[in-house]
Design a protein around this ligand. Structure first.
Ligand SMILES: Nc1ncnc2c1ncn2[C@@H]1O[C@H](COP(=O)(O)OP(=O)(O)OP(=O)(O)O)[C@@H](O)[C@H]1O
Ligand SMILES: [Mg+2]
Ligand SMILES: [Zn+2]
Length: 252
């Protein structure tokens, strides 16, 4: 890790001397890009627990062949999205759908960090927290950070919205999330979202009757964000499903 003044390659100037066909020339030192990556990562507000999440530390080796196949498909699709970003993708965004603990947030952050490493700017928001901050910002004496949250969610280059729909729906919630998704959709700005709610487009079967099944998955995404937001989201996001994989937190 190099900081200004301590880079052995360039002595902190950001330029290093190289030789091209025997002629001395200067070029940008790698530490400049590394510093930019570090500063973009710091600004992305990734929670400490996921700060190191990457494709390399996402394991697809498990004793359960079904889980292995699901995770292997998911990581392949996520890597392809990064490779083709921004114009080679069919849709500008990604929606990770699946049960709890199946690695959705890990993979979503891995995608974001890989794009940040290529110089793109991204912001991580926990859905519930974003809504709370927007709500607080209506308050006269709210802090600048809360007031900026809504604007950043609308305008940042890449928005990672984690745990989409994890909030009881009200008219206000529906209007707010619809306006964020619509604005980003209209401006072709990517959203990378995760949710454990069900969606028929993700191949999720109908909600089983009775009390069986995970609590969170007993709702459809549409029921929690409204039909307009859900329909625009599916217009703009390629779905990656981890449904059916085992919960990694249970140490399977
Ligand atoms: N395949 C994997 N390899 C390595 N670590 C994993 C894998 N899957 C999950 N993890 C780790 O397990 C924890 C839970 O994963 P994660 O938070 O991504 O799950 P999730 O699908 O987002 O769950 P939730 O729906 O509860 O938000 C994280 O710390 C994550 O880094
Ligand atoms: Mg998650
Ligand atoms: Zn340098």
């Amino acid at each position: 890790m190099s900081t200004e003044g301590s880079c052995p390659e360039c002595g902190g100037t950001g330029w290093r001397t190289v030789e091209r066909n025997g002629i001395p020339a200067v070029e940008r030192c790698g530490c400049v890009f590394e510093r930019r990556r570090q500063s973009l990562e710091e600004r992305a507000q990734i929670p400490p627990r996921y700060r190191e999440a990457s494709f390399d530390n996402f394991s697809i080796v498990t004793p359960n062949p079904v889980t292995s196949r699901i995770l292997s498909n998911a990581i392949t699709a996520a890597r392809a999205y990064v490779r083709n970003f921004p114009f080679g993708n069919r849709k500008p965004g990604l929606l990770f759908v699946g049960g709890t603990g199946t690695g959705k947030t890990h993979l979503a952050v891995a995608v974001l960090r890989a794009l940040i490493a290529r110089g793109h700017e991204g912001l991580f928001f926990l859905y519930q927290n974003l809504l709370e901050r927007i709500q607080r910002s209506y308050n006269k004496d709210s802090g600048a950070a809360d007031r900026e949250a809504y604007q950043s969610a609308l305008d940042c280059e890449i928005l990672l919205l984690d745990d989409l729909g994890a909030h009881r729906i009200t008219d206000w919630v529906e209007d707010t999330i619809t306006s964020i998704i619509t604005h980003r959709c209209n401006h072709n700005k990517p959203i990378i979202a995760t949710t454990n709610l069900r969606d028929p487009d993700a191949g999720d079967p109908p909600i089983p009757s009775g009390t069986a099944g995970e609590l969170a998955s007993r709702y459809y995404l549409e029921e929690r964000i409204g039909s307009r937001a859900r329909s625009r989201l599916s217009e703009m996001c390629q779905i990656i499903s981890t449904r059916g994989a085992e919960d990694y937190r249970r140490g399977s």
